[in-house]
Design a protein around this ligand. Structure first.
Ligand SMILES: [Zn+2]
Length: 113
């Protein structure tokens, strides 16, 4: 369950931000999971619920998914990834592509709810 580590990091980051901005109580934590990661939304939500404490004990997590995108090294075309096992450029069929979106778990925002 590699979601444990990433959830701990999210909680730490969120906690620091809350302290910095003076947020506490019911906080809505918005997170985006890249479609090209292997993280499961369900697992991150469960760990979040199990591990939240202190300033974040009443926080709720809202998870969104970001679709992956690749850029072709040959022709430069940027395209969305529909299937994570198909990383070919749809324009020139080159397998030399680079993932530019969708491989991270990102803390998007913290709001008082
Ligand atoms: Zn291409």
């Amino acid at each position: 369950m590699h979601e444990l580590g990433v959830t701990k990091t999210l909680l730490l980051t969120a906690e620091k931000e809350c302290v910095k901005r003076g947020l506490s109580g019911k906080i809505r934590v918005k997170v985006t999971i890249g479609a090209l990661t292997t993280y499961k939304e369900q697992a991150i939500s469960s760990y979040f619920e199990a591990l939240k404490k202190g300033i974040l004990k009443d926080a709720t997590l809202k998870v969104g998914v970001e679709q992956g995108a690749i850029q072709c090294r040959s022709c430069g075309m940027v395209s969305l990834v529909k299937d994570p096992y198909m990383m070919f450029c749809p324009s020139c069929d080159s397998p030399e592509t680079e993932i530019i979106k969708g491989r991270d778990v990102v803390l998007n925002s913290l709001e008082k709810s």
